[in-house]
Design a protein around this ligand. Sequence first.
Ligand code: BTN
Length: 256
Amino acid sequence: MSTTAVPTASPASHEVDGWAIHHSAALESTNSTASHLPAWSAVRAKTQTAGRGRTGRAWVGDEGGLWLSAVLPCPGERSRWATLPLAVGWALMAALKDLGAQGLRLRWPNDLMVGHCKLAGVLVERYRDDTAVVGIGLNVHNHPEACEPLLQGQTIRLSDLIAMPYDLDFLERVVLRSLRRVHRTLSNEGFDAIAVPMNLAWNVPSRVELTLNGNQGTVDGWFQGIDSHGRLRLITAPDSQRFLEPGDVALLREID
Ligand code: BTN
């Protein structure tokens, strides 16, 4: 039986803070379900059976994590919203810091890390010109390494960072509020309002190796933050730099 059916008005659908929220026990991917819904809808599943990460990777969506997709309006030119994925990562980090989580950092473009362990990931997909589906995966109480042994030592959970009086409903609300806020910032002030503090927060220069998409091999150099379009600035030699879009890069490896 397919698990991607569009959620309809049901006891599992309700409205909070102006969001129409749909809850399911299990879905293939909350992003896929949200792709059918209008702006200001959100979909959350207890588990995902075919969760998706960036650049075609799988995402483990076991019980106890926050698997949430929100549909945001994106009026105007498509290019105007190209920085949304970075802005969302930044907003998510700010929201979790407000809950008391310490030691968080962003790994470009939008992985939320503590040291070398991944706490959360963001997958933004454009199914329509006027909306974006923002998928957020946040490890909370779950055990991703039990589902995928390769993740052993690679992930961290919110419950490892802070005392957790918070349930997933509360975290959902916090995250949706932060999305509404960042959407307003991008609409009213533009990406510069986010890029400037983002660049200040990054520890640069730091050495990285990038695996490029499309069988373009790898390139290494010094990460120097982002430009006003959210592109990664890579210093490859003393007088040479490259700018890379998130879509250019399959994997960013940090070299200590
Ligand atoms: C990444 O770091 O590669 C992005 C991971 C995004 C995972 C979330 S979980 C909710 C939503 N549904 C999906 O299938 N993916 C995103």
